[in-house]
Design a protein around this ligand. Structure first.
Ligand code: GUN
Length: 295
């Protein structure tokens, strides 16, 4: 393998250490511990694991968590009532409804019901709009993780051609929105990119992906990005987590792409640990804002 490995696991530990210090300082000043409320509807095993990881990460850095498990057949009315209760609860600073929800539930209406000040996923239309206008309240967790991974590894984004493959509301769209901004709250040269957003109806995908200085795969298809789709020397970020017979793989055919990229994220151990870390950062930000602290 010739590419430099962009190690998300170690970086996540570093940033979590910084957040633990901030959480402790907040507690020393205000006697408030940030609190994240999680809601999980049904018993999808993968969602259970994600929630468990998120809650464990919270506890480790001095953020408390509260969990509300709901039956798979819960009514929309009951779910909305629970969200209203958490919105009104002064001890709760962040609310996360784990997706996907069962089909009978109106996902958009559920996300819209979360108080935007507690919307640590940054899925609420108000927060999507603020991000789009370049004045984010919260940065969306997975896109923010991608940008941190690049920035803290010394990879400049400004002026680069970034090709994002995948247009989901959780990753592709908000990531494009972050990267095209003039300024980034992440740091200097962490935005100002030229962005191409590709999707399932894109024509000549390979011709576009081969133009990328930075290629970001977020399509949810195992090993979809092959070596022939990557320009030699490009930086490749793999957001995918796909479970196949062989185990967990990303959206990038790692072994062959690592031979031609200059840097690449592994799966697991790349973007994943940073997604959870950015959720912790947002919960801390939410707590500060709700308490009325600015820094
Ligand atoms: N399911 C998969 N990714 C996410 C995420 O970032 N947030 C929530 N709430 N659910 C998810």
């Amino acid at each position: 393998m010739t590419a430099r490995l962009l190690d998300g696991k170690t970086l996540a530990e570093t940033i979590r250490g910084e957040l633990a210090v901030e959480a402790e300082r907040l507690f020393a000043r205000t006697s408030v511990r940030p609190c994240l409320a999680t809601i999980l509807v049904g018993d999808d095993p993968a969602s259970h694991v994600y929630i468990r990881n998120k809650r464990a990460a919270c506890e480790k850095i001095g953020i408390t968590s509260r969990h509300l498990p709901l039956a798979a057949d819960v009514s929309a009315a009951r779910l909305l009532t629970e969200i209203e209760r958490l919105n009104a609860d002064r001890e709760v600073h962040g609310i996360l409804v784990q997706l996907p929800l069962p089909e009978h539930l109106p996902t958009q209406a559920v996300l819209d019901a979360i108080d935007p000040r507690k919307d640590v996923d940054a899925f609420h239309p108000t927060n999507v709009g603020l991000l789009s206008q370049g004045r984010p309240r919260f940065l969306p967790c997975t896109p923010h993780g991608c940008v941190q991974l690049l920035h803290r590894n010394g990879i400049e984004i400004a002026g680069k051609h970034v090709v994002v493959v995948g247009r989901s509301d959780i990753v592709g769209k908000p990531l494009a929105s972050m990267l095209i901004q003039k300024h980034s709250t992440v740091g200097p040269n962490a935005a100002d990119a030229t962005v191409t957003l590709c999707h399932s109806r894109t024509r000549d995908l390979t011709q576009l992906t081969r133009q990328a200085d930075i290629l970001i795969a977020a399509i949810g298809r195992p090993e979809f990005i092959r070596a022939a789709m990557v320009r030699p020397g490009a930086v490749v970020v793999d957001v995918g987590i796909n479970r196949i017979d062989r185990g967990l793989v990303g959206d990038v055919a790692f072994d062959e792409v690592a031979e031609i990229a200059s840097a690449i994220t592994p799966v697991p151990g790349g973007v994943g640990p940073l997604t959870v870390t950015m959720l912790l950062a947002n919960t801390l930000t939410a707590a500060r804002e709700i308490i009325g602290e600015v820094a």
